[in-house]
Design a protein around this ligand. Structure first.
Ligand code: ADP
Length: 543
């Protein structure tokens, strides 16, 4: 027997409709690329999102056509979030930190038709536009009078000219909630980047879950600062959850340094902020010398990389700010676990509580997880046994865009590439990573790419890239090198060899370590775990 309840599809347009109707005067404040603060309300976001939808219709974009953004966190980006997805197109948020060749590659792979970019990224657009074969429309996210005169980009239009002439009425279409809404590429695994293609349904379910008290605990009384970029897994879903709750949104634009973030938090009475550890390190580094205080900040969600204990202590003890340690992935929309205490933990000593807070947390309703040993058997939840972490749920990837990489699932479960323990209370803790990548400042570096460049040098017999701990960037890459017999090459020559190759500057390794041999497994695969052990006393050279 079927249930007899209504079944409106879960569509992203309903979020902005709701925010407009119920929280129309709640503010959205953005620091712009121009440096000034822009301020308006959800009522304006809704009207301008409808203008975006009309502008896309005017370009004759079809259902599911891709619209790319190369942009910081800001109000125009937010309008595109709702206008593009709401009208049935797919928003492709591109990571500007990638090498321009990688950007061109993913724009072509996604078959983007429109590219909307902040002027900060004009040099990238100038470098790639001729290689992006599917993009027909280039939109600079600026006022008409800021449009560069001789950019070299064909038919470049300003965002304000593009949407400004459009009516702000639009009937959002209704369609299957499983339709694609947005996409994000990840270079988290080997080979070319692969895209997670989110749906309206997965996005809305994730937005509901994210707002729960033991998850991000968002409400109409919050003023939220997503420092985590909107090009990185939809800023962890905050733009959607904020509209769903009516929370004030505060966007930092390009200014992510400690001083700018601190001043924005204070000026806009931010109660809640989200970002990777690197950003908070810069913020705390700015506050400490002058003994600055927060007047409104209550909670901060930290994820993307393991949160260092000193950061939890500093926020909690020195500033009275609760740290919520979170874990997730691009393939998971991204939220998987969040670390909040249970009732029975409240009487514990500070040390015992800290042990829990350092874990990545408990699964959010909607996410199933398990850990599996080398023999494929599920391991016990005893906080000791560690194995490959698998997940499944309605906002977790089933396959990558265009079927890239084949079927990623194992018996319906997605292998995360993280190695973890789970304790009896369900708290998961990452202990290692089985995937071959390094995460620096919250962004991926493919160790394979780094190794491939090194072995292209005539004097290199073998190369193995690993991440080593770094106080600011969490991890930095170094490369262990075995030289070919009788050949010589210096550290400096090899580092110089990375210049001009297809890696972004920040992806170039920090150091080269010459070794006699690199440990290999039975199948000839480099044993990174063993290499990490061998190099455990290695220290990065002072910058
Ligand atoms: P995000 O950075 O938003 O979490 P990515 O897809 O870029 O999404 O990265 C996901 C990976 O980052 C995870 O598989 C894990 O290796 C690492 N990661 C994410 N959060 C944490 C965390 N809290 N602690 C340790 N590693 C984490």
């Amino acid at each position: 027997m079927l249930g007899l309840m209504q079944s409106q599809p879960l569509l992203i347009s309903s979020l902005i409709d709701f925010a407009e109707r119920h929280h129309g005067d709640a503010e959205v404040v953005s620091r712009r690329v121009e440096g000034d603060l822009h301020r308006y309300t959800y009522r304006d976001v809704a009207a301008r999102s409808r203008q975006v939808a009309n502008a896309l219709d005017a370009l004759k974009l079809g259902f599911s056509d891709r619209v790319a953004t190369l942009a910081w966190n800001g109000y125009r980006h937010l309008e595109l979030y709702f206008g593009v997805s709401g009208s049935g197109r797919v928003l492709h948020t591109v990571n500007p930190r990638l090498h321009p060749d990688q950007i061109a590659w993913i724009a072509n792979h996604a078959e983007d038709q429109v590219m909307c970019f902040d002027l900060t990224f004009l040099p990238i657009i100038q470098a790639v536009h001729a290689k992006c074969t599917t993009i027909k429309h280039w939109i600079a996210m600026c006022d008409a009078d800021r449009l560069p005169a001789d950019s070299g980009i064909p038919k470049l239009t300003s965002y304000e000219t593009w949407v400004g002439a459009q009516p702000d009425t639009y009937a959002w279409p209704s369609f299957d909630e499983n339709s694609a809404s947005s996409m994000c590429y990840t270079s988290g695994t080997t080979g070319n980047p692969k895209a997670a293609l989110y749906s309206h349904r997965s996005t809305i379910l994730h937005a509901y879950a994210a707002a729960l008290p033991d998850v991000m605990c968002l409400s109409a009384r919050d003023s939220i600062l997503p420092v985590v970029p909107m090009f990185h897994v939809n800023a962890w879903g905050i733009p959607y959850s904020a509209a769903l709750t009516g929370a004030k949104l505060v966007f930092p634009g390009p200014a992510l340094d400690g001083k700018s973030v601190y001043e924005l938090i204070e000026a806009e009475k931010v109660s809640y902020a989200a970002g990777v550890p690197t950003v908070w390190q810069m913020l705390l580094g700015h506050m400490k010398p002058d003994n600055l205080r927060f007047t409104t900040l209550k909670r901060t969600v930290i994820g993307g990389s393991a949160c260092p204990p000193a950061m939890i202590t500093a926020f909690n003890d020195d500033y009275g700010v609760e740290v919520l340690h979170a874990w997730g992935m691009t393939e998971m929309s991204p939220l998987g676990t969040l670390c909040t205490l249970k009732n029975k933990h409240l009487e514990m000593t500070a040390d015992e509580k800290m042990k829990i807070r350092l874990k990545q947390g408990r699964a959010i309703y909607g996410v199933d997880m398990k850990i599996v040993g080398d023999d494929g058997q599920e391991l016990p939840w005893d906080g000791k046994a560690f194995g490959d972490l698998y997940v499944r749920g309605p906002w977790i990837v089933r396959e990558y865009f265009k079927g890239e990489g084949g079927d990623p699932l194992v018996d319906g479960w997605f292998p995360t590439g993280d190695v973890a323990t789970i304790d009896a209370d369900g708290y998961m803790q990452i202990t290692d990573r089985s995937k071959d990548v390094i995460k620096s400042g919250g962004e991926w570096i493919s160790s394979i790419d780094i190794e491939n460049i090194a072995v292209a040098h005539p004097a290199v017999a073998m190369a193995a890239c690993i991440g080593v701990p770094h106080p600011k960037w969490d991890e930095r890459p170094i490369v262990a090198i075995v030289r070919k017999p009788g050949m010589d090459v210096t550290r400096e020559e090899l580092l110089a060899f990375y210049q001009g190759k297809t890696v972004a500057k920040w992806q170039v390794p920090d150091d080269i370590v010459f070794v006699d041999a690199i440990p290999l497994g039975a199948t000839g695969k480099i044993l990174k775990t063993r290499l990490r052990e061998i190099l455990k006393d290695y220290k990065l050279p002072a910058a």
